[in-house]
Design a protein around this ligand. Structure first.
Ligand SMILES: *Cc1c(COP(=O)(O)O)cnc(C)c1O
Length: 388
């Protein structure tokens, strides 16, 4: 038997890989130096470890080591990118273009900037979750200083046409930021090929520890400048002050290295598990949300037509760790704004569940999950007389 619940919520967070934990541990105890202590060996050891991690992280996205800024996670990286650009380039313009299906970390930061005087355009998506590049072009104006489009969506796994968006931004001399928290480590991401100027991502989504992440900041053609959002000792080239989280950074480095070494193999394995899962479930009355081909390997967002979502989720949760993809406020389910933006009806959105697979899921677990979902669906339909 398996440990229960079976964890199928890897887009929310992942288990720290034992190989990652192993390289982190000495930096809590034996090697506890401050990476900014330049006068003794304890500091040098920490600094060296941070620089190795910087290389491991940069290799994963095809940039230079000195283009990586370590932060406390993707949320902080996003805040630094958006607020940092807004403040630095205010003389050039105040207009951002982003997408209505972005993560809350982007949307809430944009809302904050709107209060500060920014003008933000929120692009719609089609029913596959993809933006229209012609609409993007149409929204560009003289005052546009940043385009912010997430690489892959956390609820549906849908991948945007990042390279094409990068080309458009480059042509128009507009900075391009991508929240790549769900793409990095799962599919090839290369800042040069994709023409990206700023990228955010996080360790805990790629089998590293929570509370550490990175922001890529392009240094040439163009050299991106940001106003720091954290003032202090001038760490991280003045972009993010504060004593470095050395164990966390070492963990992010190792997690990046492992992802980089096994990227295509792991993607293949997880895709095949995910496809098996969807194929088995397709015997039920389901609809898979989001573009079928432009999707990261691990994500499956499924509408269980005519099943009341709250009841289904509470049954499923007894044995599966899955997510509704919607914000739970008190006892009522808010339908996901991501699914709503894709034109999915409120009831259908409420009956949608996100299954996100990961490195440690086995075929046995997936087969168990399929059987259990089917069992729950049967129970729900038997007990329900709600006319959905
Ligand atoms: C998880 C996630 C974030 C936030 O990351 P934290 O490191 O937890 O702050 C941002 N964007 C996306 C797409 C995510 O999946």
């Amino acid at each position: 038997m398996h440990d229960l619940p079976i964890y199928l919520d890897n887009n929310a967070t992942t288990c720290v890989d034992s190989r990652v934990l192993e390289v982190m541990l000495p930096f809590f105890t034996k090697n506890y130096g401050n990476a900014a202590s330049k006068s003794h060996a304890c500091g040098w050891t920490a600094e060296q470890a941070v620089e190795i991690a910087r290389q491991q992280v940069s290799a994963l996205i095809g940039c230079e080591a000195n283009e990586i800024v370590f932060t406390s996670g993707a949320t902080e990286s996003i805040n630094l990118a958006l607020k940092g650009v807004y403040e630095m380039y205010s003389s050039k313009g105040n207009h951002f273009i982003t997408v209505c299906t972005e993560h809350k970390a982007v949307l809430d930061t944009c809302a904050h900037l709107e209060k500060m005087g920014a003008e933000i355009t929120y692009l719609p998506v089609n029913k596959e979750g993809i933006i229209d590049l012609n609409e993007l072009k149409k929204e560009i104006k003289k005052s546009t200083i940043l385009i912010s489009v997430m690489y892959a969506n956390n609820e549906t796994g849908v991948i945007q046409n990042i390279k094409e968006i990068g080309k458009i931004a480059k042509e128009k001399d507009i900075l391009f930021f991508s929240d790549a928290t769900q793409a990095v480590g799962k599919i090839p991401v290369n800042v040069i090929d994709d023409h990206i100027d700023l990228i955010s991502f996080s360790a805990h989504k790629i089998y590293g520890p929570k509370g550490v992440g990175a922001l890529y900041v392009r240094r040439k053609s163009p050299r991106v400048r940001l106003v720091a959002q954290m003032d202090g000792g001038g760490h991280e080239r003045g972009l993010r002050s504060g004593t470095l989280n050395v164990p966390g950074i070492v963990g992010l480095g190792k997690a990046s290295e492992i992802c980089n070494e096994n990227l295509s193999k792991e993607a293949e394995k997880i895709t095949s598990l995910r496809d098996h899962f969807e194929q088995q479930l397709s015997k039920q009355n389901i609809k898979i949300n989001g573009d079928d081909t432009l999707r990261i390997p691990n994500s499956s967002n499924i509408s269980f037509n005519k099943s009341p979502g709250e009841q289904l989720l509470s049954l499923l949760s007894r044995k599966l760790a899955v997510s509704s993809g919607s914000a739970c406020t008190s006892a009522t389910l808010e339908p996901s704004y991501v699914l709503r933006a894709m034109g999915i009806s409120e009831n259908e959105a409420k009956s949608s569940i996100r299954f996100s697979l990961g490195r440690f899921n086995t075929r046995d677990e997936i087969d168990f999950a399929v059987d259990y979902v089917s069992e729950c669906l049967k129970k729900v339909s038997e007990s329900s007389n709600i006319p959905y």
